[in-house]
Design a protein around this ligand. Structure first.
Ligand code: ADP
Ligand code: MG
Length: 192
């Protein structure tokens, strides 16, 4: 068995530098002559179609895969067919729960898996996929952002609708309203 199998999870709130850290770690492996690839879910189309892009503009080519069980299978199949030694997955919290065992097994089989995902949703509740990966990880990189209110380390993602804290029961997709996200510390994270 290949002894480089390893599961690493990068987590934290929005703007913590998760995508930047993921790209950096995958790029280092490419410099180390490992065969590596990045994957991201197809619903994340914020900036581009075929790249992983961080909030600071850093970008890297990536496979775009559906978040479904079939999409998860696609990640596994591509990794095996292409013989990737290192894979990075961004926005991992959006994938079907089957991604947890899929990535854990790839690590068992010798792949260095780096998964990056949000810790908590806008309500402050854990994303199941991230949580399940965290407890299986060989290494966890827990990043913080800067709280937009007080400047202290931010561990939470604040959702704002027309500038006000989002209600707990607000729809996932908004029609008409303007929404945005900010990094906040525990004290300044608000859900109404
Ligand atoms: P993530 O993937 O965790 O959302 P990115 O790697 O895409 O994070 O972006 C991190 C970058 O976001 C930082 O390097 C910084 O330039 C920018 N940024 C914007 N707002 C904040 C904030 N409140 N705290 C920290 N960084 C911020
Ligand atoms: Mg990101």
């Amino acid at each position: 068995m290949n002894h480089e199998g390893f599961l690493e999870v990068i987590t934290g709130p929005m703007f913590a530098g998760k995508t930047t850290e993921l790209i950096k770690r995958v790029e280092r492996q490419i410099f180390a002559k490992r065969k590596a690839a990045l994957f991201k879910p197809s619903i994340d189309t914020r900036y581009s179609e075929d790249h992983v892009v961080a909030h600071n503009g850093l970008r890297y080519e990536a496979y775009i895969v559906p978040t479904t069980e079939e999409g998860v299978k696609k990640i596994v199949d591509l990794t095996k067919e292409e013989g990737y030694e290192v894979i990075g997955i961004d926005e991992v919290q959006f994938f079907h729960p089957s991604i947890v065992e899929a990535l854990n097994e790839l690590a068992d089989e010798g792949v260095y898996v780096i998964a990056s995902g949000l810790n908590l949703d806008f309500k402050g509740e854990p994303f199941d996929v991230t949580r399940e990966l965290l407890v299986r990880a060989d290494n966890v990189v827990y990043l913080t952002a800067v709280c937009t209110v007080c400047g202290r380390p931010a561990t939470r993602s604040q959702r704002l609708i027309d500038g006000k804290p989002a209600p707990k029961d607000s729809p996932v997709i908004l029609v008409g309203g303007r929404e945005s996200y900010e990094a906040r510390c525990r004290l300044h994270h608000e859900v109404i």
